[in-house]
Design a protein around this ligand. Structure first.
Ligand code: AMP
Length: 112
């Protein structure tokens, strides 16, 4: 499968790693949209949040249990935003489930 995030997880493409465990991998976004912008992805290839179901929901629960640890490692003591884009209308460019962690400054009140 030709997936850039699978290649990053496998070490075939370099990344600035923030966190790794048996379930997920986190790295800095190459095109940051806030002072601090990281991504956290499941190691399992799940196409988007629209593909979350009972069979893989534990992976997502794990990621959300880890996000506060990633945020702490990134120094996001003032708060942060977690975003996932889904499909064409959601402007998802990489078809491997990922959560954006944005912060390090006061973010826009606009969500869309
Ligand atoms: P999305 O548009 O929600 O699918 O987000 C995909 C994100 O992946 C974008 O913010 C890109 O900047 C980021 N991205 C793409 N390629 C890389 C890469 N090689 N390393 C780090 N981030 C990347």
């Amino acid at each position: 499968m030709d997936c850039i995030f699978c290649a990053i997880i496998n070490g075939e493409i370099p990344s600035s790693k923030v966190w790794e465990d048996e379930v997920c991998y986190s790295f800095l976004d190459i095109n940051p949209q806030a002072k601090v912008h990281a991504l956290v992805v499941p190691k399992e290839h799940i196409p988007s949040a629209d593909a979350i179901c009972e069979d893989n929901a534990a992976v997502v629960a794990h990621i959300f249990a880890v996000i506060p640890k990633i945020a702490e490692a990134l120094g996001l003591s003032g708060g942060y935003r977690v975003v996932t884009n889904i499909g064409e209308d959601g402007c998802q460019s990489v078809k491997h489930l990922h959560f954006h962690i944005l912060g390090g400054e006061k973010l826009s009140e606009n969500m869309a």
